[in-house]
Design a protein around this ligand. Sequence first.
Ligand code: KG4
Ligand code: ZN
Length: 333
Amino acid sequence: MLVLAFESSCDETACAVLEMSEEKRIIKSNIIASQVDIHALYGGVVPEIASRAHIEAISKITYEALSTANVTIKDIDLIAVTQGPGLIGALLVAVNFAKSLAYANNIPLVPVDHIKGHVAANYLTHTELKPPFLALVVSGGHTSFFEVKSYTSLEEIASTRDDAAGECFDKIGRVMGLCYPGGSAMDKLATNGDKLAIAFPSPAISKDTLDFSFSGLKTAVVNYLNTKNQKGEEICKEDVCASATYSIVEAIKSKVSLALKQTGYKKIVLAGGVSANSHIRKGILEVCKKLKAEFYAPELSLCGDNAAMIGAQGYYEYLNGAIADVGLNAYPS
Ligand code: KG4
Ligand code: ZN
């Protein structure tokens, strides 16, 4: 089955074509028009600008996705689109574009939850992967554990009580003047720093819960940087990144260990933009080796927002009968 998929929940306009069946999970094209350079001027995503940029990009990238896959709209069997969560004005661009295309060409349309899409990026990287498993979604907006009971049934069992891990990376990166968003730059700087140079608080709030809290760490690092700046003292960015990352990695390691023990799963899947972080990947792998559990993460090109992951999840939603009509609306949260 050929799936045409759309994603416009935040600052990437994305369109992909996939060939999906019981045996095959193939990406035929995966086009992303990123708005990062535009939002970098403001240090964060400006919703109105994001919506306008999606409108400007969506037709062009659809043509590009179809032509790269060497197909036309007549060959498409299914259209999948991110329904939420995300910025409402941004989401509505792809939702309305997909609805029009589906209606005009008489193609079934399936709405896809963005978080489920991030998890589904793993089905494309690991073509043998099947639920059930435990998933940790770490992105700019979310940090949550899910029990993935089937391709379409995910139950959230824990989450951050305040900021997401990505928000924490991005805020620290912004205060240090790193390029936006800061997560990827911090990953590289942390590699050359001393992780024990500065003792920052842990995002693992207590031993008994799987929940996280990143706001204390975020504030502590920002306070450290501001105090250093006020005193005119030099800041070693590598040490700050290494120490903050160490705090995050240790918290994630302890929660992954607890989650595997509490739930009994022997398989954990990492997903979301922050899943690209090399230190987090290494940390979870260590825990999994110790607990004899399997660890999966998406290939780097599928960690951030993209439409291929939406197409993969859309295929399973279709099999589950979740077909939408022209009344389909987006949901922000
Ligand atoms: O999943 P995503 O593309 O968007 C949301 O759905 O939120 O995640 C974006 C987040 C940003 O906060 C970005 O800084 C972070 O992913 N990120 C990283 C890395 N690459 C992207 N964070 C840590 N290390 C990375 N290598
Ligand atoms: Zn995302």
